[in-house]
Design a protein around this ligand. Structure first.
Ligand SMILES: [Fe+2]
Length: 161
């Protein structure tokens, strides 16, 4: 049995660590849902700019997965557990699903940008809350937001006037 704490020194304040988890858990959950929706769109996109959109959607999925892993591991690094099981993600995510089946790229792009925007609301809320609590976690969320906003631009530009 180890005698050292799970939480790192300086981050041991239970109020701080549970506060961090409170903001990071929705980030993990929403990015998990976005990764699923991104794959769904990747497999079902048809029509204009097929190959570009198909590949960009995979890039978005890669970034969502990298981001959720970073956020989840930050929670774990602070010594806290996380519930990111399938049922929990389905119940708690704020990310709307893309439409079902094969779809023209403009429709699926509008859906995936809407899904991204839901994640960005969660990321911005996390950024705001974490600013006071833990700059390390805030920094992680800033990096994820930067990447997801860039991906949003790349996708949105296909349907922008
Ligand atoms: Fe693929």
């Amino acid at each position: 049995m180890t005698t050292v704490d799970a939480a790192p020194k300086g981050a041991k304040d239970p109020e701080l660590t549970s506060g961090v988890a409170q903001y990071l858990a929705p980030v993990v959950i929403d990015l998990t849902a976005l990764a699923l929706e991104g794959k769904q769109a990747h497999w079902h996109v048809r029509g204009n700019n097929f190959i570009a959109v198909h590949e960009l959607l995979d890039t978005l999925v890669d970034h969502a997965r990298a981001g959720l892993d970073q956020a989840a591991e930050r929670i774990a690094a602070l010594g806290l557990p996380l519930d990111a099981r399938t049922a929990t993600v389905a119940k708690k995510t704020s990310v709307p699903s893309v439409r079902e089946g094969f779809q023209q790229s403009d429709l699926l792009l509008a859906d995936i940008v809407t899904a991204i925007d839901a994640v960005l609301v969660t990321l911005r809320a996390a950024m705001e809350g974490l600013g006071e609590l833990d700059p390390v976690s805030e920094d992680i969320v800033i990096g994820i937001t930067d990447q997801i906003e860039l991906d949003r631009w790349f996708l949105f530009s296909h349907i922008a006037e």
